[in-house]
Design a protein around this ligand. Sequence first.
Ligand SMILES: *[C@@H]1O[C@H](CO)[C@@H](O)[C@H](O)[C@H]1NC(C)=O
Ligand SMILES: *[C@@H]1O[C@H](CO)[C@@H](O)[C@H](O)[C@H]1NC(C)=O
Ligand SMILES: *[C@@H]1O[C@H](CO)[C@@H](O)[C@H](O)[C@H]1NC(C)=O
Ligand SMILES: *[C@@H]1O[C@H](CO)[C@@H](O)[C@H](O)[C@H]1NC(C)=O
Ligand SMILES: *[C@@H]1O[C@H](CO)[C@@H](O)[C@H](O)[C@H]1NC(C)=O
Ligand SMILES: *[C@@H]1O[C@H](CO)[C@@H](O)[C@H](O)[C@H]1NC(C)=O
Ligand SMILES: *[C@@H]1O[C@H](CO)[C@@H](O)[C@H](O)[C@H]1NC(C)=O
Length: 391
Amino acid sequence: MIPALRTLAALSVLLIIVQARNTPLSIPLKQRITTNADLVKQTLHAVSKRTVGDYTLVPEALDAGFWYGNFDVGDSKNLSLLIDTASAAVVINPSLYCESPAGTKLNSSGQPGLSGYVTMQENGCGLTRIAYSTFEDTVSMAGLTAHNQTLAALTSVTPPDNGTITWPPHDGIVGFSGVSPGDSWFGGVPFFQSLCNEGAVNKCRFGLALGTDGTGKQILGGLDSRLFQGYMDHIPANTSREFAFIGDITINGTVVSSNQHIIPDSGTANIVAPQSELRRLFASLGVQAVEQNLPGCGPMLFGYYPCDAPPRVGLQFGNSAQSFDIEPSAFQQADNGNNNCTAILTGIAFGTEPKWIFGQAWFQGKYIDFDQSGEKLGVARLRAKSERLPH
Ligand SMILES: *[C@@H]1O[C@H](CO)[C@@H](O)[C@H](O)[C@H]1NC(C)=O
Ligand SMILES: *[C@@H]1O[C@H](CO)[C@@H](O)[C@H](O)[C@H]1NC(C)=O
Ligand SMILES: *[C@@H]1O[C@H](CO)[C@@H](O)[C@H](O)[C@H]1NC(C)=O
Ligand SMILES: *[C@@H]1O[C@H](CO)[C@@H](O)[C@H](O)[C@H]1NC(C)=O
Ligand SMILES: *[C@@H]1O[C@H](CO)[C@@H](O)[C@H](O)[C@H]1NC(C)=O
Ligand SMILES: *[C@@H]1O[C@H](CO)[C@@H](O)[C@H](O)[C@H]1NC(C)=O
Ligand SMILES: *[C@@H]1O[C@H](CO)[C@@H](O)[C@H](O)[C@H]1NC(C)=O
């Protein structure tokens, strides 16, 4: 998900919240939730620290379109926090944060701050309003600790209406984007950059290796080349702007739309596209495009395709000939019966800054390397588990 402050101007369409729901887990696309819940039951496993060479591997699991890792925050142990590469703050849900003796409350005299996120639901809709107080405390993941980490402890607020989300799913969010205090909305150094600054990781580089089966790994402090196969493509990325980069959209491996502004976002479930671009793409694919006014979201463009023939849509970088396609298993957002499936691509009428948000559905089956110090993003195909070299 993306901090609302940065995107609200562009996503004017998301401003009207009238959805008749009051928890973030009430997501309209029920079919997919069921699938994911089953997957999670099969695959959820505890975090265990695993240091291999000079980086750390952390298992992660998918639930209802989002990926979670386990963290200790102050004296609160084993919180399940959403791994979000497109925001930069640590956010803990109401009443879950216990300050440790090393903790400090910041801005204690002030009013709670107010902020929000967009793309909070599985279909890319969903705006949150949150209220928070800021603290500095220890935050650990898989035994790697950031001391003096700035974090926002949410306070419970009455939603202005039944549709506004006031806290994220599970126990909160850890933003993995950003390098400097200005990147998080309340001015703290982002968590992964704290690990880098404090020397807790050898390299200021992390990766996500998310499978198509609901299990994945996060790599902290380096590159694990055993997890991918073939050649990793690299593209310059703006590390202080959600790792934004310029890429080309492909159909069947052929570029159909070049020089698009793209944000890779593990905290968005689907793929959100500028509506006019997506309309053209659906037309080229022979996918039926239908505009719908969703409560809480405004006009959205959906695509319907035969479930048994998902099209091949992907991304290509620079001069590389490789296209990194959405896996066929990740192309489906919902199954409507009668071989009619909703595509994972959703069109939103962006304002002045049209961009694509390539969410976790695109990450699946790939190794995405967020090289913060190198200011680049790397993408390669995941190696099948059975083909991996023994550890
Ligand atoms: C942490 O929580 C997860 C569920 O999110 C659970 O599976 C795991 O056993 C817990 N680990 C510890 C050490 O309590
Ligand atoms: C954290 O802050 C305290 C007090 O300001 C300071 O003494 C300590 O050195 C800091 N620790 C780190 C790891 O920055
Ligand atoms: C919110 O939901 C409650 C319980 O379902 C209902 O009583 C109330 O009228 C709703 N409020 C609004 C503003 O829709
Ligand atoms: C605390 O408040 C000051 C002044 O309003 C602001 O500049 C600063 O960013 C705030 N810090 C945090 C961590 O909220
Ligand atoms: C990266 O994004 C920041 C924040 O929007 C912007 O100020 C900066 O110019 C961008 N850098 C590049 C190289 O595009
Ligand atoms: C992509 O390839 C498939 C399978 O070969 C083919 O049916 C389809 O027409 C192609 N689509 C486009 C837009 O070229
Ligand atoms: C597929 O389902 C959607 C949603 O029910 C509907 O709008 C669309 O017309 C259907 N398409 C076909 C080809 O049946």
